[in-house]
Design a protein around this ligand. Structure first.
Ligand SMILES: [Zn+2]
Length: 276
């Protein structure tokens, strides 16, 4: 495995690897991480770091994977609180009372594609395998958010919805937000058909010529990272405060889970973030 990134760092590569954003690591009041496909105990097509309980893996193995990742990246397992993603745009506010939901307690809510909090003692957890993770940190009011933006969540502007909810609940000024986008399947590998491309071309307030690229044969290459970046800028996040990952999940499928690279026979990665 050869790792190269200008925006992310790989830690504990020989044991339980995880990624961090260089830009977010400068913020000392948070801890954040993105898992990989390596360093876990799962077997078969989930080998070895699978963090999804809902894809047929042994739940004891998944729990052990969470424990290993938490130990490696410095999170408290007892504080993990998970989303319940279904490609919609509902943003859930969580507190310490929600710790364990979706991890060691049952899910108590459907259709949660984004989580926000301004409390210490709760770690946000969201799921990925090609879809785009969005990280949000209000560097002034000390509030955080994670969102899952596949093509549906992106075109329905989940990034903007997170910014709006942080503003409404935590008094966040969007210009104080530090954000990161990815790792996800990137424009090099993310081919879509006309009906999907048309949804993106219809985002008239954005510059779609920078994220929808026609190919011969009626297909399109789609840059979900760039589209999310533009949505965040429209929501008031400063362009210089947004980092895009340069790690395509499909191109780096020896390190990262990619739904496309594995034809769906795969485990799942997580983004983690908490206030410390
Ligand atoms: Zn690629």
């Amino acid at each position: 495995m050869r790792f190269s990134s200008n925006t992310m760092a790989l830690h504990n590569a020989d044991t339980v690897p995880y990624l961090t954003y260089n830009s977010l690591s400068e913020l000392k009041f948070i801890n954040h991480a993105f898992s990989t496909r390596l360093g876990g105990v799962s077997e078969g097509e989930f080998t070895s770091m699978n963090l999804a309980f809902n894809r047929g893996d042994d739940p004891d193995a998944v729990t052990e994977n969470y424990r290993r990742l938490c130990k490696s990246a410095g999170f408290d397992f007892d504080t993990l609180t998970a989303s319940a993603q279904d490609h919609n745009t509902f943003v859930r506010t969580v507190t310490k009372n929600d710790c364990g939901v979706g991890i060691y307690k049952p899910r108590d809510m459907q259709s949660v594609d984004a989580l926000i909090t301004n409390e210490q003692g709760v770690t946000l957890v969201t799921y990925y395998a090609d879809c785009t993770p969005l990280f949000f940190v209000d560097a002034k009011n000390k509030a955080i958010g994670l969102a899952h933006a596949g093509w549906r969540g992106t075109v329905e502007r989940i990034g903007e919805k997170v910014v709006e909810k942080m503003t409404a609940l935590y008094g966040t000024d969007p210009s104080d937000i530090v954000a990161a986008v990815g790792p996800a399947i990137s424009v090099c590998c993310y081919e879509v058909d006309l009906p999907v491309a048309e949804r993106f071309l219809a985002l008239e307030d954005l510059d779609a010529s920078r994220f929808v690229f026609p190919k011969p044969g009626g297909k399109y290459m789609l840059d979900l990272l760039e589209c999310n970046r533009q949505i965040l800028v429209k929501a008031g996040v400063r362009a210089e405060n947004i980092t895009l990952s340069d790690l395509c999940t499909n191109c780096n499928s020896d390190l990262l889970w990619s739904h496309r690279a594995t034809n769906g026979h795969r485990g799942t990665m997580c983004a983690f973030m908490c206030l410390v």
